[in-house]
Write a protein that binds this ligand. Structure first.
Ligand SMILES: [Zn+2]
Ligand SMILES: [Zn+2]
Length: 104
């Protein structure tokens, strides 16, 4: 059993939630370390590592929980931006509500 845990980001010093679902994922992949950075800092770190400018990062607020969130790209006008947990939750809900699509 996993429980949500709060971790302080080593980069921006903000607390973030290492969710039970994520812990399960880490465990299933035999990853013993826990994330040191919050979602937003991870996005920036990924851009930096791939040699891209972090200026392409798009700061916005999640359309669902209105948390400040950073996207590695600018969303199209008709698309709403979601933070990572909300986006995942929406994906889950979508696959549940349309099982035909999930069978693909
Ligand atoms: Zn951070
Ligand atoms: Zn959200």
């Amino acid at each position: 059993m996993f429980n949500d845990r709060e971790i302080v980001c080593c980069q921006c010093n903000l607390g973030f939630v290492f969710s039970a679902g994520e812990q399960e994922y880490f465990d299933s992949r035999k990853l013993s370390h826990e994330p040191k950075r919050c979602q937003n800092c991870r996005v920036l770190e990924r851009l930096r590592r791939s040699g891209k400018s972090t200026s392409t990062a798009f700061k916005t607020n999640c359309a669902d929980c209105s948390q400040p969130t950073i996207l590695p790209f600018q969303p199209k006008d008709d698309r709403q931006a979601y933070c990572n947990p909300c986006w995942k939750r929406r994906q889950d809900e979508e696959s549940k509500s349309s099982p035909e699509a999930a069978n693909f």
